[in-house]
Design a protein around this ligand. Structure first.
Ligand SMILES: [Fe+2]
Length: 248
């Protein structure tokens, strides 16, 4: 068809060639040896070099803080950040690097919240949160209320990955009405986590419910999925919109 031929030649690109328009990634596990992300400095440098090549200019890396598995503290994360920055400079990898954390909502989190001892990002004191994929977090609403009262802005990491919310889509709307922002994993759009999660990701995007995009890169397989995600038309539409990544 001539029409299609000319559209493909001269029409708007529906796919992205890089992440340069997004510019900032706010969810990853690049500090080596402190969670289930990068195992050593070489892996961290290799993955961060790939992020720069993909067009990212700033990374806010977010190690897990989870009382049962990853007993990270602000000091551990800050020291890891400073070492990683030094190595990036020595290797001439030009990218801005900051750190916050991905908080699992448990008792340790509540203690830190009460002390006001949390690592946030952005002017709005964005707080990246995760919960169990298996058990519905019974006290979630109370925790969100406490977070908001203390002046933080809750950002739920990868909402599309929680089956108990995905199965009842209206629950997502309730979370947003409470003031919870949503961070979609970019790789969900590539099908990395399977077709159900991809479908939920696309539905959240179609309903204008996405506030942030994050890579959530832990290792090279995630990086491969991130590259593959550039083919996603949904990603291209999201990046053209008003994502908060652009204000970080
Ligand atoms: Fe993560």
């Amino acid at each position: 068809m001539p029409g299609n031929f000319f559209t493909s030649l001269f029409g708007k690109r529906e796919q992205l060639s890089s992440f340069s328009e997004l510019a900032t990634d706010m969810h990853s596990h690049f500090i080596p040896g402190i969670d289930d992300g990068c195992k050593n400095m070489d892996e961290s440098l290799s993955l961060i070099r790939s992020m720069a090549e993909l067009g990212f200019r700033k990374l806010i890396t977010t190690p897990h803080i989870m009382s049962d598995y990853f007993k990270n503290t602000n000091t551990i994360i800050t020291e890891g950040l400073l070492k990683l920055r030094e190595k990036l400079a020595a290797e001439f990898i030009h990218i801005e690097l900051e750190a916050a954390a991905e908080y699992y909502l448990d008792d340790v989190f509540l203690t830190l919240l009460n002390k006001g001892d949390l690592l946030t990002f952005g002017r709005e004191k964005y707080l990246l949160l995760e919960v169990s994929y298996i058990n519905y977090p019974e006290n979630f609403n109370n925790m969100i209320f406490d977070i908001l009262v203390k002046g933080y802005t809750p950002v739920l990491a990868h909402p599309e990955r929680y089956p108990f919310w995905s199965a009842r889509f209206e629950e997502f709307k309730k979370l947003k009405d409470m003031g919870v922002l949503f961070q979609l994993n970019i790789t969900s759009l590539s099908g990395y986590y399977g077709p159900d999660i991809k479908r939920t990701a696309e539905k959240l995007a179609a309903n204008n419910m996405i506030d942030f995009l994050g890579s959530d890169v832990h290792h090279e397989k995630h990086m491969m999925a991130l590259r593959k995600s550039l083919n996603s038309k949904t990603l291209s539409e999201l990046v053209k919109g008003n994502l908060l990544n652009k204000k970080l």
